[in-house]
Unconditional design. Structure first.
Length: 318
């Protein structure tokens, strides 16, 4: 595929890449909307007229974030490390009865210094990949029902740090050995692989799926990083740091700009298509990861297993 030409670059902001766009009548769901890149993305998409469903770990966090945004917003709880909570979130969105034009999988955790597990899985894999995998699959009907639905998965250049072989299917718990940055890289590689496999499965529809790298930004994502390697990475990355407004530009561009409407299965950085790691381009690995992920969330893939939360749209529409 010929690389997409764009007038934007690493210094472009989220407002600049969406300038002049009219998103009225469109619905976007953004995870991690209470801070950092998620909040900035929600703010700008709402500014351009979209109705943004702002998802955060708790409805109180989501409600507070939505109250700070000018435009039409709806707060919703989505604790990505709790698959039952993700299912409830999806059922609640279905209850709204709307199609989803933009599904932005933004939330995540980074380089947990010590192994943390939940439901037998390493927490970064569970939160960054599997929670979003379940959310995407539960809401895919809403995305394909839109005129041109877009799924945007926030990955990272850190996907190149992943474990040997890309994804260690035999050690998703971390019990056979854990390294903070390798397992962070594994979860971010999983985002790209999921996007590529999803793009393949969306062929024949108007919907697309792409992954993005936002760049180096100081946000709450870095709250867990520590140790000599983290300090070294931070020092090396400092000259390349950018603002939150610049960091959110690529995901807003991929989510909303008409130039990207027909692009799918790609990896973006600095508002341009970039080549990811070799492991990220392995179709067989993407297919295997999808199958394994389906098995891990099998009992929550279908609707009706969780009681939807009450809709808060009317009260919090702005």
């Amino acid at each position: 595929m010929k690389a997409l030409a764009t007038q934007f670059n690493r210094k472009s902001t989220s407002e600049q890449v969406t300038e002049g766009l009219d998103l009225r009548g469109k619905v976007a769901l953004v995870t991690g909307a209470n801070s950092g890149l998620g909040f900035e993305s929600m703010r700008v998409l709402a500014l351009r007229g979209a109705h943004v469903i702002g998802a955060a770990r708790t409805v109180d966090k989501a409600r507070e974030a939505c109250s700070l945004v000018q435009g039409q917003t709806t707060p919703i709880a989505c604790e990505l490390s709790d698959l039952s909570a993700v299912a409830v979130c999806a059922d609640t969105v279905h209850k709204m009865g709307c199609s989803i034009d933009i599904l932005m999988c933004n939330a995540g955790i980074m380089a947990l210094p010590k192994l943390q597990q939940k439901d037998g899985l390493e927490l970064q894999f569970l939160t960054n990949h599997l929670g979003h995998f379940l959310l995407i699959n539960r809401l895919l009907e809403c995305v394909t029902a839109a005129d041109q639905g877009r799924v945007v998965l926030l990955s990272s250049g850190g996907h190149t740090l992943s474990v040997s072989g890309g994804v260690d299917m035999d050690n998703l718990s971390g019990e056979k050995g854990y390294n903070a940055w390798k397992f962070y890289g594994q979860s971010k590689l999983a985002n790209i692989l999921t996007s590529k496999e999803l793009s393949r499965r969306l062929q024949g529809t108007r919907a697309t799926s792409n992954a993005v790298h936002p760049g180096v930004i100081r946000t709450n994502l870095m709250r867990s990083t520590q140790g000599p390697l983290s300090s070294l990475i931070s020092a090396l990355a400092k000259p390349f740091e950018r603002t939150v407004q610049q960091g959110a530009a690529t995901q807003c561009y991929v989510a909303a700009h008409p130039d990207v409407s027909a692009v799918s299965g790609q990896y973006f950085a600095d508002c341009r298509e970039k080549e990811p790691s070799r492991d990220a381009c392995r179709d067989e690995l993407a297919s295997q990861l999808w199958r394994v992920s389906e098995q891990l969330v099998a009992d929550r893939l279908t609707s009706g297993r969780a009681q939807p939360l009450p809709i808060l749209t009317k009260k919090f529409m702005r």
